[in-house]
Design a protein around this ligand. Structure first.
Ligand SMILES: NC(=O)c1ccc[n+]([C@@H]2O[C@H](COP(=O)([O-])OP(=O)(O)OC[C@H]3O[C@@H](n4cnc5c(N)ncnc54)[C@H](O)[C@@H]3O)[C@@H](O)[C@H]2O)c1
Ligand SMILES: N[C@H](CO)Cc1c[nH]c[nH+]1
Ligand SMILES: [Zn+2]
Length: 429
């Protein structure tokens, strides 16, 4: 972790830049993958599975037998945990449904807005270095609540061509049966363009590594929608003297272990806190199974001492972290000052892992500073909002003149006439 003491504000913009590869470096290779899949369909997916996942697949789709067999391979304890998480995520996301509210803007002019499910959606479930079946809950539960008709799932296969049983079990719970063994940019291309085995969808969801994230951004230029740029995981912790250094280090490592391209940041006003957290990081890292990923991520990470809480808040808002943890005793006073963050965890007993798995909030969140303008996945992500209006005869008489005047001022005579022709008829009767 790079230690920085009281950086001058004019250096902050450089500090908040993420360590991920830049677009120009990644784009040519990813464009080539997208082109291959668009032109050669399934054949390209099979070839790229061999190249990037080291597996020679017999079939791109998980079979009914594979899906059914998965249930017996998941322990009772894990099934119960998945069901508890499912229930909490369902509860939180069901509350996000918007009631239809009819508004009469003028007498006889009624407008309303209705949420309608996106019919065909594709879910990307990361699996390159860990089988993230929790991500399937985060995407599949709101897709089901919204009522999406066709749900396609893509996830990278293991070296033996299998998909992790917990992913298949979770898919069964959600009633998802179209499961494609494809990962990375090639999976995103398949869902965007369609192949023999993968139907093209209207919107692609899901987090992933840099290749997945850039591929999503590139295909979004071709007409398919995407949820948000949800790339390598990150967390920013603000800690005061009341923070427990072991807890803070554990939270930092929980996101560092996702991958070498993750970044974690500690902000504090106390040199002692920073030193204690550094010691804890070293001790906890040494026993982590994924210490290689975490150690690499820590090299790209920052421990920053700032002059005041206000400075911590300003730095955090500029950084716009995917996850923000306030390890601060009186965190309440800071809440109104938070303007940019994906999801916020308050106090000493709200670890970020709770949101990753089971508290109910969605863990598919904007990274790389995108929390400045994007929200994480929610029920809203799976619907379009269609507006409706009904204007009575009386309503048209009330609003007609306004429309005619504006249309004429824009020089759009046909617009004006669509109103005038009706008003004339109304005035005749
Ligand atoms: N922001 C969020 O909401 C969120 C949520 C969960 C996970 N994540 C992130 O998702 C990522 C998961 O990454 P992962 O790698 O484990 O799985 P992944 O499924 O995202 O990526 C694996 C795929 O990447 C492709 N790939 C690997 N190396 C490549 C290369 N050199 N060139 C081209 N393609 C290559 C392969 O096709 C492979 O199947 C992590 O970075 C994690 O932090 C983010
Ligand atoms: N922290 C990830 C989002 O950045 C989500 C996740 C899934 N499993 C564990 N963590
Ligand atoms: Zn996580």
């Amino acid at each position: 972790m790079r230690k920085i003491i009281n950086p001058a504000p004019d250096t902050w913009a450089a500090l908040v830049k993420r360590p991920t590869k830049n677009l120009t470096e990644l784009e040519p290779g990813i464009l080539e993958t997208l082109r291959l899949v668009e032109e050669q369909g399934d054949a390209a997916l099979l070839q790229l599975a061999q190249k990037y996942d080291g597996v020679q697949l017999q079939s791109l789709l998980a079979t009914g037998v594979e899906i059914e067999a998965a249930e017996a391979k998941v322990s009772q304890e894990l099934k119960e945990a998945i069901l508890q998480a499912y229930s909490n995520i369902q509860l939180f996301h069901t509350q996000q449904a918007e009631p239809v509210r009819q508004v009469e803007t003028m007498s006889g002019v009624s407008c309303w807005r209705k949420s309608v499910a996106i019919e065909k959606v594709g879910l990307y479930i990361p699996g390159g270095t860990a089988p993230l079946f929790s991500t399937l809950l985060m995407l599949g539960v709101p897709a089901r609540i919204a009522g999406c008709r066709e749900v396609i799932l893509c996830t990278p296969p293991a070296k033996d061509g299998s998909i992790h049983p917990a992913i298949l079990y979770t898919a069964s719970l959600l009633g998802i049966t179209h499961i494609v063994k494809a990962g990375g940019a090639q999976a995103i291309a398949a869902m965007a363009f369609g192949t023999e085995s993968v139907p093209a969808v209207y919107k692609i969801f899901g987090p992933g590594n840099q290749y997945v994230t850039v591929a999503k951004q590139l295909v979004s230029k071709t007409g398919v929608a995407i949820d948000l740029p949800a790339g390598p995981s990150e967390v920013l912790v603000m800690a005061d003297e009341s923070a427990n250094p072991a807890f803070v280090a554990a939270d930092l490592l929980s996101q560092a272990e996702h991958g070498a391209d993750s970044q974690v940041v500690l902000l504090t006003t106390s040199e002692e806190v920073l030193q204690q957290v550094e010691q804890e990081l070293e001790a906890q890292l040494s026993v982590l199974p994924r210490r290689e990923f975490a150690a690499q991520a820590l090299k790209n990470s920052l421990g920053i001492i700032l002059g005041s809480r206000q400075e911590m808040l300003e730095f955090s808002n500029l950084y716009a972290p995917e996850h923000l943890i306030l390890s601060i005793s009186d965190f309440e006073v800071l809440l109104d000052g938070i303007t940019n963050a994906g999801s916020v965890f308050l106090g000493h007993y709200s670890p970020e892992s709770a949101g990753d798995y089971a508290s109910g909030t969605n863990h598919t969140l904007p990274t790389n500073g995108n929390a400045r303008a994007y929200s994480g996945v929610s029920l809203d992500s799976f619907v379009k909002k269609i507006t409706f209006q009904y204007i009575t005869r009386e309503g048209l008489q009330n609003i007609g003149k306004t429309i005619e005047t504006m249309a004429e001022a824009e020089g759009l005579e046909a617009h004006k006439n669509a109103v005038s022709i009706r008003l004339k008829e109304l005035n005749r009767v």
